[in-house]
Design a protein around this ligand. Sequence first.
Ligand code: UDP
Length: 484
Amino acid sequence: MAQGTGDVAPARVRGGNKPHAVVVALPLQGHIIPVVHLALRLAARGFAVTFVSTEAVHDQTARALGVDPAGYDVFAAARRRRRAPAGGEEEAPPPLGIRRVEFLGALLHALSAHVERLLRRVVVDPASTFLVADTFFVWPATLARRLGVAYVSFWTEPALVFNLYYHMDLLTQNGHFRCSEPRKDSITYIPGVASIEPSELMSYLQETDTTSVVHRIIFKAFDEARGADYVLCNTVEELEPSTVAALRGEKPFYAVGPIFPAGFARSAVATSMWAESDCSRWLADQPPASVLYISFGSYAHVTRRELHEIAGGVLASGARFLWVMRPDVVSSDDPDPLPEGFAAAAEGRGIVVPWCCQVEVLSHAAVGAFLTHCGWNSVLESVWAGVPMLCFPLLTDQITNRRLVAREWRAGVSIGERGAVRADEVAALIRGVMGGEEGVRIREQVRKLKGTLEAAVAPGGSSRRNFDEFVDELKRRCGGQQQH
Ligand code: UDP
């Protein structure tokens, strides 16, 4: 495992004959967590791994831990457990000068040249190397071809979302996308998807202006995804069987999820971009299954009005709660967006923290439900922890993820649409999920899904098997060559 300390994190792996994975992380929290744990899994299976991240992510992760970014080695804990093998010697070259990548536009335009420069240094033997890059990057297939290495596209969202983006051309031909007045009837022609409503598509596929930077990224990224040699997806075959089967018809597509930190506990390798508040003492004092955990993830924003309706609903429900309130959840200019008097009204039954170790919180016996924005990591974590969900998706795949959670799996309920969420309805839904018959039914469904996830990663399970097949294939393709 290689990780440097400067602008980017390369290292050159010399000696030995291990196949070499160059893993490039998309600099967003919800992508970094699974890709770090994927990289660790690859290392555990005998691949030499070069992990590429940006200076901004490196610095922020170090600062979240309260350590000086200069000289900080994110992977030190992993290295302590697994030293470089005999004959494999790591040498960290000087920083290569990738500057902070803070804007999606910069991701689109600037990053690929830097990654190419980096790859030209770390790819010693193309035949024994493969590139693992987030599907949302706009250059991996082109770059991999130029360098003569295999490209593994890593998809951190459900297979359904990959499938819909992959078939944007069908949506366009049928008048559901990229036109001024998209059709409103059900979509019945996507391979592996019997029927989906236009309102369940990812937010970007519901927009009529398709000229934004994000649209350009999605269009280019999925051109590149068509050129991928393999796709690894952080999902479980049994959760989305028909979609996974359909995608397998397109290309080698491996459902290898859920990808979590080892033991579903605080990660030994730091991945958090914000300092985590310790909620364990407060949780320890709460009765079992009495706490509503609330979080909107790392990235999306809510409006002040939506926040006030939800806050009103939480107070009226009478539930205890632990609320993660990112300081920018409404906007950076509005660091205290909760209604006046909220803190006093919540005294004794709830706490608000800026960020926490979510897997630890979800695992706690005191947590009884999760009011979530339906980010895919949060959905998988909630299922793994056996916690029912109240869904309030905000944008992008979260809307489609809610379809899976609430409509297909019945593992949660929707609390309303953006702009139309109402305090009295939120309160009733919280009471229903945490106390009512609805809650009993949902909890039972989540329990079954949890069993599905556990079986998938157990010996003989689908995700275990799929990962083994992927590893065998990559070793067959890249394994036998000597590195020079
Ligand atoms: N997370 C966390 N602490 C928090 C909130 C979120 O550790 O206070 C983690 C969470 O466990 C998940 C990730 O951040 O792994 C968020 O990813 P997700 O896909 O759920 O949402 P996104 O942030 O990408 O919208």
